[in-house]
Design a protein around this ligand. Structure first.
Ligand SMILES: Cc1cc2nc3c(=O)[nH]c(=O)nc-3n(C[C@H](O)[C@H](O)[C@H](O)COP(=O)(O)OP(=O)(O)OC[C@H]3O[C@@H](n4cnc5c(N)ncnc54)[C@H](O)[C@@H]3O)c2cc1C
Ligand SMILES: NC(=O)c1ccc[n+]([C@@H]2O[C@H](COP(=O)([O-])OP(=O)(O)OC[C@H]3O[C@@H](n4cnc5c(N)ncnc54)[C@H](O)[C@@H]3O)[C@@H](O)[C@H]2O)c1
Length: 449
């Protein structure tokens, strides 16, 4: 058995910079990765999906330009779209490999499992270290639908290998993955059906968010089936047929399963190292990323926190500070995220309902995008800006922006929240005309009434 200084399992968003920084400090670092370097975001998540959406949105915007008096004939070269997706993805993944190599990290391309306290085995190597960091992320959770197993259904792991645009695509799940990829495929020319078991799309978001996204997807030709589940799947002669609990049967050449995630912990043999998992199999950590085993830390999606790349990456910075003995914590940060649908959903902090449930004397103001001059200029008037404040402290508690490029704008609110600024800062700001951001002081002014 070899002794090293640090073992990292998984080359996810936090694991790679941690490995590189610690190795650059002169530590002997071994990193295990069983799949492609760079984790889900680079290979199967954020980037391949946003590369695909860049093409899809270009097609949709070109079609929408007719409303502005500009008529374009749109022809999608799907193989070229997918070649670009894979080319850029591969460049990003190779870049991760070069970064690790340059920093002097010893990369073991194999699945890792614990064999004892802070002792890990993989690829024929057994190593032990005083510090072990788990960054193993999540995998698609595939529901046990009769007939599904053994069919060539797609998940985010296989979707980006598509070479031909499916004439009809059935998407199971109307959450982030289902809506981004479902709308993207529709804009590229597939006939898309989204099947969601909840009564609305994006059921974890506010109801009027679901309404705007529902209308936008329908306008792109997506057919939406709510409050229904797939009960049986069959695949014959290259065609899927999915029997729904509402009695309908849908057919398609592709079936994308996007029904949520499960933690990558079964292979870890965590109990051998004294690492406790929660009831859903995520690794239990405290506010300093410590697992129940001394010297073993976990970061990123595998801890069951909101599953976003920037959260995992920020975990890396905070864990580095914790390891240096600084009084840094895991939880004291503003959570924001974006769904890259068209229009986008940009979220920061708490919704009104969440704030009230936490005991705040919360108040919300909403401004429809059709009252923002720039949105009218662009003919992009779907959606709204919503701000939630604490009436007692005047602090901003959260925001929901649905609209054109709303994901860029919501970050302005995140910075104000991080600074602890009161909503009056927004209200008093003279922002630039005509921009979308100019709507924000108008929104904040509602609190003066
Ligand atoms: C389709 C899709 C689109 C997304 N888009 C966005 C987006 O736009 N923005 C955003 O912020 N987030 C997005 N996400 C979420 C984002 O991808 C994750 O939150 C992010 O990758 C953080 O992951 P992580 O660092 O926890 O680990 P991951 O990136 O999941 O990496 C974990 C790594 O550990 C490896 N591993 C697992 N078990 C073992 C083992 N036993 N031994 C060795 N290696 C192991 C895995 O192979 C993997 O490479 C998207 C996700 C999906 C599925
Ligand atoms: N832009 C982004 O940042 C981005 C994009 C994609 C994914 N992600 C991350 O990845 C995570 C996973 O995304 P996801 O879309 O896989 O999960 P999700 O939890 O967002 O959505 C899954 C949806 O599937 C539905 N569902 C579950 N089982 C079903 C069934 N049997 N039949 C029909 N519907 C069913 C759920 O009600 C839910 O609406 C997200 O929560 C997010 O954290 C982020």
């Amino acid at each position: 058995m070899e002794q090293v200084d640090v073992i990292i399992i998984g080359s996810g968003q936090g694991g790679v910079p941690l490995a590189a920084d610690l190795a650059s400090e002169g530590k002997r670092v071994v990193l295990f990765e069983r799949d492609r370097l760079g984790g889900s975001c680079v290979n199967y998540g954020c980037h391949p999906s946003k590369l695909l959406l860049a093409s899809a949105h270009a097609a949709a915007r070109a079609r929408r330009a007719a409303r502005l008096g500009v008529h374009a004939e749109v022809r999608v070269d799907f193989p070229a779209v997918m070649q670009r997706v894979r080319r850029v993805r591969d460049q990003m993944s190779s870049g991760v490999g070069r970064r690790l190599e340059k920093a002097g990290v010893r990369v073991v391309r194999a699945e890792a499992r614990f064999t004892g306290e802070r002792t890990v085995e993989g690829g024929g190597l057994t190593v032990t270290a005083p510090l072990v960091i788990i960054n193993t992320g999540t995998a698609p959770a595939v529901p046990p639908i009769p007939g599904l197993e053994g069919t060539p259904y797609l998940t985010n792991l296989t979707f980006f290998e598509l070479n031909e645009l499916p004439a009809r695509t059935l998407v199971l799940g109307g959450g982030y993955v289902g809506l981004e990829l479902g709308q993207g495929l529709a804009q590229l020319g597939s006939e898309v059906h989204v099947i969601e078991m909840a009564e609305r799309l994006m059921p974890t978001e506010e109801p009027d968010v679901s309404e705007v996204l529902h209308a936008a997807l329908e306008a792109d030709g997506v057919r939406i089936h709510l409050g229904t589940r797939a009960e049986r799947v069959a695949h014959e002669n290259g065609r899927f047929s999915v029997a729904l609990s509402n009695g309908q049967t849908l057919e398609g050449e592709a079936l994308l399963v996007a029904t949520g995630r499960r933690p990558n912990t079964p292979a870890l043999n965590a109990e051998a190292a004294g690492i406790e998992l929660d009831a859903r199999g995520f690794i239990k950590v405290d506010d300093r990323f410590r697992t129940t085993a001394e010297g073993v830390y976990a970061i990123g999606d595998v801890t069951g926190q909101p599953a976003f790349t920037h959260v995992s990456w920020e975990d890396y910075r905070r864990l580095m500070a914790v390891l240096k003995g600084e009084a840094r914590r895991r939880g004291d940060r503003v959570l924001g995220y974006v769904a890259f649908t068209e229009p986008q959903l940009g979220r920061a902090g708490l919704t009104l309902e969440q704030a009230q449930a936490q005991g705040y004397k919360a108040r919300a103001a909403t401004l429809p995008m059709k009252r923002v001059a720039r949105a009218i200029d662009l003919d992009e008037t779907q959606g709204f800006f919503r701000l939630v404040i604490d009436e007692e402290t005047e602090r901003i508690l959260g925001a929901t922006f649905v609209g054109y490029e709303a994901g860029e704008l919501v970050q302005l609110i995140m910075v104000l929240m991080e600074a602890g600024a009161p909503w009056r800062v927004l209200e008093q700001s003279q922002l630039i005309h005509p921009t979308l951001a100019e709507g924000l002081p108008v929104l904040a002014r509602q609190f003066t009434q």
